[in-house]
Design a protein around this ligand. Structure first.
Ligand code: MTE
Ligand code: MOS
Length: 766
């Protein structure tokens, strides 16, 4: 056991406690950024002027009329930017654009005394556009060769030779939709400037340090002149990893120009139409199997829909490329990736960060090929699992490969998969219009940022003279329970009760140069940094104690009198990582998180409506830091994955021949009324979640594994069960090509096609 992972006796980590803000959340007392607005004097409200075109040149912008609107104070345009007019991290995102690149993009912002006045003022700004052709789909972008950013390839062996030798070769295409984050709290920032010109931005951001940097360069200031604080987020899910930055910059710019606090808070429609989503992907593939169903070769090209700018698209693509293999060994493999540039919102990080999209490709391949090979999909999957010592396509040894098998076996047993498979076969034989199916899918997900430098974190721990403890770290809280875990880590490392430790909101003036709270590594990184700070203090206190075993308060008091510093800055960097982004080789991940899920569905043959009868999950969180938090993450991640794969259906309007140009490229699913989110009705009727036992992770803080993203991909089990249920309407051996999302409508057409296969073909010429 490493020193990092070892737990002392009776640690606070591992205790089952509620989320640190649970009571505040459920009573409505938890403060979110916008709750500060009514507590702040003379706030100005910002409203965007949104483009009615998906692609157009802005030929003129006349703000004058907006000032006729009572209450309007200032219109912010490109001319007002003292620094760089760009809110991106790749310098391809003008904050005030001269060419609009998607329907709904803000061309300027109006500040007013009330939101209503700002809205009316925005309506009065006159903008002339010269419409330009717009690419709206991945297919259009591929045809036009409209790509952006790096086009990496990972692989090993000789794919062509292996495909030529393979007894069974299949090829196909797989397509999957994106997903709206639908965090309950939309993008929000509140900025103010003090007497010394110090800019203070409160922002709902997963990445305060980058928000600080973007605000600084838009304002032409040094980073030390900008402080960003994130109280907490009402959900981020990746959508606030970079996309909070531009709104913070607008608020900060407004505050510096007017000398008054400025609030930007998107309403739901604005958030839907302006912010990026999960990337939809398209993949072409050729795959080779031997007679027993072992994968021999895979050649695939992934194309993601990046939208109008890069932001995190290259990183998302990298993770997709690194996750096509999921839990399966592919001897000869080539995975190529590229990012399409389209005239849509800039698609961005979303829980799993490209991993789900990459993994879906191979799961789709296995789900479609199993019937063609005449092998039970469950057997086909299990036969292809990694064995210890084998390497991923990018050359990382798959450590603890056996855990995937353990999780799989456990879910087969506790889920009584064999028994239920028999029941389902009986049920289906007796029910021509209703079919059930049960599918099991594995998860292997790499933990760490692909880009090695991001794998570092800092912390600041203060012990006050009365023995109370205040901790700061660089991670942000978005509901995932990071603060709860960090409190437990601090209490454990200091050896004090949890109640002695408090946690202060995340601020860039407390811990600098932080990474985004992302890649599920929040607790790995910040937890380890906190532990490091606490241990420095403990070491000093141990000298003061000199073996006397003094009670904490007494020891702290003595240490103060002896002039021993009672605060420390902690630091952590993940060791043992390597990644070459040009060759796409290395060991970018500290470890893999594993899991398995078994899902049973029932599909109605008249409508395609379905329900999830039962789900069993076994998921690997290492030795949990906080079991209740982890349980919530597993359940929540799974349900969010089910939403992506089965319900949430983003639609953009396309018009042709110049008809209704104002509708071309408009997002038509802009609200919960047209965009279906998972709700209680879609919850599995029986939902059993277990954590893998004896799963201590040697390389991570107190032996725990990251949990934020991996469970999302357990939802593949539901999609595969739906596919199998559709196939059950057809003759044996029917391969079902199921769209993603597999909405009831999509399921209906898929099962209907399967059913048609059972009907004798009509004679030629009929
Ligand atoms: N859980 C809640 N409740 N809200 C969120 O916004 N974001 C997810 C996941 N779980 C999220 C969540 C995403 S995308 C990530 S990367 C991780 O939490 C980030 O937090 P962690 O690194 O502390 O796990
Ligand atoms: Mo999570 S998509 O890495 O913010």
């Amino acid at each position: 056991m490493s020193e990092l992972s070892q737990r002392p006796e009776s640690p606070v980590v591992g205790e089952t406690i509620p989320h640190e803000s649970a009571a505040l959340h459920v009573t409505g007392r938890a403060l979110y950024t916008d709750d500060l607005t009514p507590r702040t004097k003379s706030v100005l409200h910002a409203w965007p002027v949104q483009s009615p075109h998906a692609h157009a040149r802005v030929t003129a912008l006349r703000p004058a009329a907006a000032y006729d609107e009572p209450g309007v104070v200032r219109v912010l345009t490109a001319d007002d930017v003292p620094g760089v007019n760009d809110s991106g991290i790749k310098h391809d995102e003008p904050l005030f654009p001269s060419e609009v690149m998607y329907h709904g993009q803000a061309v300027c912002w109006v500040l007013a005394e009330t939101p209503e006045a700002a809205r009316r003022g925005a309506g009065r700004v006159e903008v002339d556009y010269e419409p330009l052709p717009a690419l709206l789909t991945i297919h259009d972008a591929i045809a036009a060769e409209s790509f952006q950013g790096a086009r990496p390839t990972a692989g090993r062996g000789d794919v062509e030779a292996a495909l030529a030798r393979a007894p069974h070769v299949f090829e196909g295409e797989t397509e999957m939709a994106g997903q709206e984050h639908f965090y309950l709290e939309t993008q929000t920032s509140l900025a103010d400037v003090d007497d010394g010109g110090q800019v203070f931005v409160q922002s709902s951001t997963q990445h305060p340090s980058e928000t600080q940097e973007v605000v600084a360069h838009v304002l032409g200031l040094a980073s030390h002149a900008v402080t960003v604080q994130c109280l907490r987020m009402g959900g981020g899910f990746g959508g606030k990893e970079v996309q909070a930055n531009g709104y913070a910059a607008v608020a900060a710019l407004g505050a510096t120009l007017t000398g008054r606090p400025v609030r930007v808070r998107l309403n739901r429609t604005q958030d839907f139409t302006m912010t990026g989503k999960r990337h939809g992907f398209h993949a072409t593939w050729r795959v080779g199997f031997d007679d027993d169903g072992h994968l021999l070769a895979l050649d695939t090209t992934l194309t993601s829909d990046g939208g109008w700018s890069l932001d995190l698209s290259e990183a998302v693509l990298a993770r997709a490329v690194c996750h096509v293999d999921n839990a399966y060994w592919i001897p000869d493999v080539r995975i190529h990736g590229r990012v399409a540039k389209t005239h849509k919102t800039s698609q961005t990080a979303f829980r799993g960060f490209g991993g789900p999209q990459g993994m879906l490709v191979l799961e789709d391949v296995l789900g479609r090929c199993a019937p063609l090979l005449g092998i039970d999909p469950l057997q086909l999957r299990r036969r292809n699992f990694y064995a210890e010592g084998q390497e991923t396509p990018y050359g990382q040894p798959v450590r603890h490969a056996a855990r995937a098998v353990t999780a799989w076996d456990q879910v087969l047993t506790t889920g009584d998969v064999a028994g239920r498979a028999r029941e389902i076969a009986e049920f289906n034989a007796g029910h021509p219009y209703t079919k059930r199916a049960l599918a099991v899918t594995p998860v292997k997900f790499g933990i760490s940022f692909n880009f090695t430098p991001l794998n570092q974190a800092g912390a600041l721990v203060h012990v006050y003279k009365d023995g109370s403890v205040l901790v700061n770290h660089g991670g942000t809280e978005m509901g995932q329970g990071l603060h709860t875990k960090v409190l437990q880590v601090a209490a454990t490392a200091l050896g004090v009760p949890l109640a002695r430790v408090r946690l202060a909101p995340t601020r860039t003036d407390k811990v600098p140069n932080t990474s985004a709270t992302a890649a599920s590594s929040g607790s790995d990184l910040n937890g380890a940094a906190i532990k490091n700070a606490c241990e420095q203090i403990r070491t000093r206190l141990a000298e003061v104690d000199a073996g006397r075993d003094l009670p904490w308060e007494k020891l702290v008091g003595e240490a103060y009198l002896a002039r021993v510093p009672l605060f420390a800055a902690g630091y952590y960097r993940t060791e043992g990582l390597s990644w070459d982004a040009t060759t796409f080789r290395g060991s970018p991940f500290k470890y893999f998180a594993y899991g398995a899920a078994a899902a049973e569905v029932e599909v109605d043959g008249f409508t395609g409506a379905y329900r999830t009868r039962r789900v069993d999950i076994v998921h690997d969180v290492g030795d949990s830091l906080s079991p209740l938090v982890d349980l919530g993450q597993i359940e929540g991640g799974f349900v969010q994955g089910v939403g992506w794969l089965t319900l949430e259906d983003l639609r953009w309007e396309t018009t042709h021949d110049g008809a209704h140009p104002e509708r071309h490229g408009r997002l038509s699913t802009q609200a919960a009324s047209t965009y279906k989110l998972p709700s209680f009705a879609e919850m599995p009727e029986v939902f059993n979640v277990a954590m893998l036992e004896q799963a201590h992770e040697d390389g991570a803080v107190y032996g725990a594994k990251a949990v934020g993203e991996p469970p999302l991909m357990l939802a593949f089990s539901v999609r595969e069960a739906l596919r199998q249920a559709c196939a059950a309407f057809g003759p044996a051996g029917t391969s079902v090509d199921l769209p993603s999302p597999a909405t009831p409508e999509a399921v209906y057409w898929a099962l209907d096609e399967a059913r048609q296969a059972a009907v004798a073909p009509e004679p030629a010429g009929a």
